[in-house]
Design a protein around this ligand. Sequence first.
Ligand code: PA5
Length: 451
Amino acid sequence: MLSLGFGAGFPGIDAVEALREMEGRLEKGLQRLLEGARAKEDGFGWLDLPDSLPEGLFDSVAWLSGFDSVVQIGIGGSALGNRMISSAIGHPFYNELTRKERMAPRFYIADNADPEKASAILGMIDPSRSGFIVASKSGSTAETMANFLFFLGELERSGVKDPAGNILVVTDEKRGALRSFAKETGCRSLSVPEAVGGRYSVLSAVGLLSAGAQGIDIGSLLLGASVMKKNLSGKMETGEDPARVLAASAIRHNEEGRNILVLIPYSDNLASFSEWFCQLWAESLGKGGWGSTPLRALGATDQHSLLQLFTDGPDDKLYLFLVPASRRDLVLPGTSWESLEEISYLGGKTMGSMLYQEALSTASALARKGRPVLWLEVPVIDAFHLGGLVFFFEYVTALTGLSLGLNPFDQPGVEQGKRFTYGLMGRSSYESDADEARIQFRSIMADSAGL
Ligand code: PA5
């Protein structure tokens, strides 16, 4: 269902040779992946998600569907996947459609703790007629808790009899403030499986609930992921296994000084896919001094922004094109205006085929300059293939990390930032974190004195 090909340019590195060189490391990584999955180790739980439907999911989807609006409160892995699925499958102007056209509630995401955004969402909804999904694996992330408190307060002010009756929490089965809130109020709740980390949780209730509430076919999403899982665990020749090709290329190019991975989908629908991927790749692999910086670009839009840098700037990037082979298309009409003679070559062509040819042209332009390009083609963007893509990228990320001997499932750098925030916002037991943050910040201010 996915094919990965090499662009013409693989400067200094022969692709097959790179794969052969990496074979030992990749094999070790794969064995570690299988071992972790078998032992149900912490962090490896995402491997089971395609084949397990979260308990109570469809009942909760039906409940959410009855509201005018659904608001997802969460950040990072508890929001990026939700946005990715909505924009890949849903209508680009979903909330502007009528209820009859949508046949589902409007959908908003409150991720950043930005008062402008939170009040703008409030301005668009009637809290008493809205369902709030509050998603947080840890149940304590400050941004999510701030948005949660804000909307809970608005629910209370709205005069609704039981404010907790509009809330559904998705969190750890046992721990955290959200779990305690669910126990105290009896509000609806679903669990994030213990062994699934935030950025790998999109195929759990964290991502599936809001997708289902928008009428997206979550069965097909999971099926696509499950088929991909089977494909990847089948015996493939090294050169035919797209996951190994990508992992080997990322590692090899990194060692050659190309430590930036540019993901370029040629589809507006996949713009948020890149955002989701950035978190997955950066947080999983930025460890112990190793790292491959994910950079988002969108074809063809960024041909008119970043392409100059890509072709003529430093040779420090690996380019991954993500191209749908087919899509809904529009035939461009011919024109009889004399003044438009110059553009008449477009008449009778389709807009989608032009986008495909632009992907091809840009990849070729990069290859011509000796820049390394990988080309990943997906037959079409629908729920089934999106599920496959999600699983594929999770698999490649984990395989890359494990092959490098890293832990792709923890995020100590993120946790440090969270502790500083807790301390500075006055959470008890985090006083020394607050002190340390202040000391660090003082030195930043001293360095910035001239600005
Ligand atoms: O991948 C991770 O674990 C993190 O980036 C989380 O997704 C993010 O920090 C949000 O955490 P939580 O879901 O616990 O609120």
